[in-house]
Design a protein around this ligand. Structure first.
Ligand code: KG4
Ligand code: ZN
Length: 341
């Protein structure tokens, strides 16, 4: 079965073609970074319009890459939530209508399920069960994954998601949008030990996170380090490093706790912050010491993409799941409401 996957929940338009036996056939992506950079964040209306602009050309590109005609598509999977409602509606309406026109089934995909199963796009794919750390711009959570749709929430962020904390702190440092990758790049020039940020909630039992205090800590540090109201580039780099170390260390401590609690040594990282090099390296060290195995998708499948939606959708379509003609996109949608397959 060949499944078309469509991702349009935020500021990236992603299209992919996925074969149930052969895996990924083609994928294309258009990032809206340049459009939103001017405003310092995602402007929802501009996002929706840009998705509409790019969906058809990206689909044509993906079909050409795979050497296929659209008549080869056996099913369509689209992100139905969570995300920006207008952006979701653009991809969902496009996908549902195309499925109707081609007379093939369509299935909605939960964006976070797409992320969570993304490591399975790789040759070295994890086997169930595993503990998953999902770290994106909108969500930070730890889940015990027994199978597709079997997600036991172990802990989550009580306030800002890890990516959001990266983005907000980057904004304070004047690094613009999107801030996470820029802050991580600057942190590479930081001097270790100049600043030390707190590791939130590690002295409390449980697996919940809280990252909003770190941005306040960053702001206070910046204010006391400023000279004549300005921050030297080196100081910005030192603060970036201290911030990144605090987030990574906190995530590592909670991941270690989660694998011990679940007696499960397979750890999966997914979501945009999963692209962070320090996080990957520190989790790899931790899991090696624990005698376990770490899995993550390639960098381009950590951040939003169509491939993860096509893969998750293919799994659900193969299990016989389909949606009626009604288009039901949701800004909020709990992953625990998903049916198991
Ligand atoms: O998963 P994603 O592409 O979109 C959501 O579903 O939210 O994640 C985007 C988030 C942003 O907050 C971005 O700043 C962060 O991932 N991110 C990073 C890095 N690359 C992306 N954060 C830290 N280090 C990175 N290298
Ligand atoms: Zn995402």
């Amino acid at each position: 079965m060949i499944v078309l996957g469509i991702e349009s929940s935020c500021d990236e338009t992603g299209i992919a073609l996925y074969h149930s036996e052969k895996g990924l056939l083609a994928h294309t992506l258009h990032s809206q970074v340049e459009i939103h950079a001017e405003y310092g964040g995602v402007v929802p209306e501009l996002a929706s319009r840009d998705h509409i602009r790019y969906l058809t050309p990206l689909l044509e590109q993906a079909l050409a890459q795979a050497g296929l005609d659209k008549s080869a598509i056996d099913g369509v999977a689209y992100t139905a939530g969570p995300g920006l409602i207008g952006a979701l509606m653009s991809g969902a309406a496009f996908g549902r209508s195309l499925a109707w026109a081609l007379d093939v089934p369509a299935v909605e995909v939960h964006h976070m399920e797409g992320h969570l199963l993304a490591p399975m796009l790789e040759d070295n794919a994890p086997a169930f069960p595993f503990v998953a750390l999902l770290v994106s711009g909108g969500h930070t959570l730890l889940a015990y994954v027994k199978g597709v749709g079997q997600y036991q929430l172990l802990g989550q962020s009580l306030d800002d998601a890890a990516g959001e904390a990266f983005d907000k702190t980057a904004k304070l440092l004047g690094l613009g949008y999107p801030g996470g990758p820029a802050l991580a790049a600057l942190a590479e020039k930081g001097r270790p030990g100049v600043y030390r940020f707190p590791r939130p909630m590690i002295d409390r039992p449980g697996l919940d996170f809280s990252f909003s205090g770190l941005k306040t800590f960053a702001l206070n540090t910046m204010q006391s380090a400023a000279e004549d109201g300005a921050l030297a580039e080196q100081v910005k780099a030192d603060i970036s490093l201290a911030f990144e170390e605090a987030v990574v260390d906190t995530l590592k401590i909670k991941c270690r706790r989660a694998i011990e609690q679940q007696h499960c040594k397979t750890l999966v990282i997914a979501g945009g912050v999963g692209a962070n090099k320090r996080l990957r390296a520190e989790l790899a060290k931790m899991i090696q010491q624990a005698g376990g195995e770490l899995y993550y998708p390639r960098i381009e499948f950590c951040t939003d993409n169509g491939a993860m939606i096509a893969q998750a959708g293919c799994m659900r379509l193969m299990a016989g799941e389909t949606q009626p003609l009604e288009i039901d996109a949701r800004a909020r949608w709990s992953m625990q409401d998903l049916p198991a397959i």
